[in-house]
Design a protein around this ligand. Structure first.
Ligand code: FIX
Ligand code: ZN
Length: 419
């Protein structure tokens, strides 16, 4: 009995902490995956893994064919070229390449053979339902947040028809076109029967935008509203975007108790010829975030920043505003070097009151690698912290560590959303 008590009070080893982190169920708070009811919108399998835009950008470092020629190829043709350039002609050391191999390996496939046709045959023999369950189990993901846009021509009709929801997939209402392409958004909304007018939005137009947001929030059962914003975005400012944000989006979020998720620092179409792979990064002026958090204390802001240079300031702002919840290592920061740096920085400045990672997966199988890679890095950062505490005599128990880890992998997010 004595031994058991002594055992219980000892700080779990780095290995035990890693085991806790590797096995905790995750809420993946931002992905581009879809409920299977959206059929082919839910991407999966080897060809989708290979034509992921992260790999397209990397392949063009080596390819010399014209962009148009590449885009005119079938998905399989593009995947063949990428496989050859990134996996056969060079070793696949980048994070996105390594990710493909981590996912294949976890699925039980032999990557040593470098046999793309055999990989294709294996995926062709899987059922979608079985594959969803398998990938979610391997990734330890229990809930996936989608990115849902009423402005997406493929997605919108599915919502309008209605479908039986798979409760593993939660919705997030994405509104980039509303805030960033107002003239086009006006035509859409008008076509859908909302009485909106272009130019500086009138009271009537703002009310109609709120009606639109309320309708779609309800239709999707959206848990938060989200936008990505360019590095040069300013707030306050006398622009249509800021008017819409201040007078329609923020009141909507406040009244519905929904967080507004901001993804700051993307430079869309840095190289348009690369299509989705052509977006870049810029450092944001985070005075924007300070002004929003201070000016709208009844709103909640989930925030991720794309520029490495903005990570420290984001943490400092989160120390000042409890209506701000930093999340994820987004896109170009989703590489081991930066996940490690950003996670440690956040632990040191914020304790456990943030969400260290989201997958941003566009292809189902990617959740397997994104979570496996991130979990390991987060585990090491945590183990170092508990070990530093132990040097003071503070021994975190297994139960305390499990509690902390659950918070990092979805608990803190859920509480923030409910608060
Ligand atoms: O805006 C976003 O949600 C971004 O994550 C995407 O647009 C981006 O293309 C991506 O896939 C990054 O991981
Ligand atoms: Zn995304």
């Amino acid at each position: 009995m004595k031994a058991t008590l002594a055992e219980a009070s000892r700080v779990p080893s780095a290995k035990a902490i890693e085991d806790i982190v590797m096995s905790v169920p995750v809420t993946d708070i931002h992905t581009h995956l879809y409920d299977p009811a959206f059929k082919e919108l839910l991407l999966w399998g080897i060809d989708d893994l290979l034509v992921y835009h992260y790999l397209v950008a990397e392949a063009f470092r080596y390819l010399d064919l014209p962009y148009d020629k590449f885009w005119s190829l079938s998905k399989t043709g593009q995947a063949d070229l990428i496989w050859d350039a990134l996996f056969l002609q060079h070793s696949p050391v980048s994070e996105a390449c390594r990710g493909v191999l981590t996912a294949l390996h976890a699925l039980g496939l032999d990557v040593r053979k470098r046999d793309l046709p055999a990989l294709r045959r294996w995926f062709a023999s899987q059922t979608l339902d079985g594959h969803i369950t398998r990938c979610m189990e391997l990734a330890g993901v229990r809930k996936v947040f989608m990115t849902n846009s009423p402005f997406d021509d493929l997605e919108c009709p599915v919502w309008e028809r209605g479908f039986r929801r798979d409760d593993r997939f939660a919705a997030a209402l994405r509104i980039d076109p509303l805030l960033l392409s107002w003239p086009e958004a006006v035509s859409r909304l008008a076509r859908w029967g909302y009485k909106v007018q272009g130019g500086v939005p009138s009271r009537k137009t703002l009310d109609e935008v709120r009606r639109f947001l309320a309708d779609w929030t309800q239709r999707m059962n959206a848990r938060y509203v989200m936008v990505s914003l360019p590095a040069e975005f300013a707030f306050p400012a006398k622009t249509v975007t800021t008017q819409l944000m201040e007078k329609a989006v923020l009141p909507h979020c406040r009244d519905h108790g929904l967080p507004f998720a901001l993804m700051l620092g993307v430079k869309r179409a840095t190289n348009p010829q690369l299509k989705l792979a052509g977006d870049g990064v810029g450092a944001s002026n985070l005075a924007v975030l300070q002004n929003l958090c201070a000016g709208f204390p009844e709103n909640k802001f989930l925030t991720t920043v794309l520029a490495r240079e903005n990570q420290h300031e984001l943490c400092v702002l989160a120390r000042k505003f409890r209506n701000l919840h930093p999340f994820g290592c987004w896109w170009f920061t989703n590489v081991p070097l930066l996940i490690d740096e950003i996670t440690r920085l956040r632990l040191e400045l914020l304790g456990l009151s943030f969400t260290p990672q989201h997958s941003d997966a566009r292809v189902l199988d990617q959740i397997v690698y994104k979570w496996q890679h991130s979990r390991r890095l987060i585990a090491r950062a945590l183990a170092d912290k508990y070990s530093a505490l132990a040097q003071t005599g503070w021994q975190a128990s297994r139960a305390e560590i499990e509690r902390d880890v659950k918070d990092l992998f979805g608990g803190a997010f859920t509480r923030f959303c409910r608060s």
